[in-house]
Design a protein around this ligand. Structure first.
Ligand code: ZN
Length: 155
């Protein structure tokens, strides 16, 4: 008997004790690995803070933040331009204090663009926002200091 069995890989984005830069690199390399291992689709699940978890404890102490939406955008750009299988980016919690976050000016716009790009499997457009330089600084320096604390974000 021949069965048409397919595998879908769920990839968690930014576990605790992971810098912003490492979170991006791990998500991208895990997607390449999932495709090479035979997955027929990939679903990315960026971190959101749930109650009574170790993640919440670290977040309250200022030692953890969910990923920036800019990081999520970079993951989509890099993965979608390389892999041939469909990829979906889960946008639950985007723009809330406990979820992936950039700034009040661009959160909703980017979330809408990501949902649109999920539907068409297209690359989301690039937009600019003044918060992008803070994200860039965190990606560039988060591994230097070994700190995952986000200095510029309000809870
Ligand atoms: Zn912004």
């Amino acid at each position: 008997m021949k069965c048409d069995v397919r595998a879908k890989a769920y990839l968690f984005v930014k576990p605790i004790l992971t810098s912003e830069k490492d979170a991006i690199e791990e998500a991208v390399s895990s997607a390449f690995y999932a495709e090479s291992a035979g997955a027929s689709r990939i679903s990315f699940c960026p971190a959101t803070i749930h109650k009574d978890t170790l993640m919440e404890l670290l977040w309250k102490k200022g030692s953890y933040q969910p990923p920036w939406i800019w990081s999520v955008m970079e993951i989509i750009q890099r993965v979608r331009s390389e892999v041939k299988i469909p990829i979906i980016m889960d946008t639950a919690g985007f723009g809330s204090s406990r979820g992936p976050y950039n700034c009040k000016k661009c959160n909703s716009k980017l979330k809408a663009m990501i949902i649109e790009s999920n539907l068409h499997q297209s690359l989301p457009e690039t937009i600019e926002c003044e918060c992008k330089s803070r994200w860039k600084a965190e990606v560039d320096y988060s591994n230097v200091t070994r700190s995952t604390t986000r200095l510029s974000r309000k809870k």
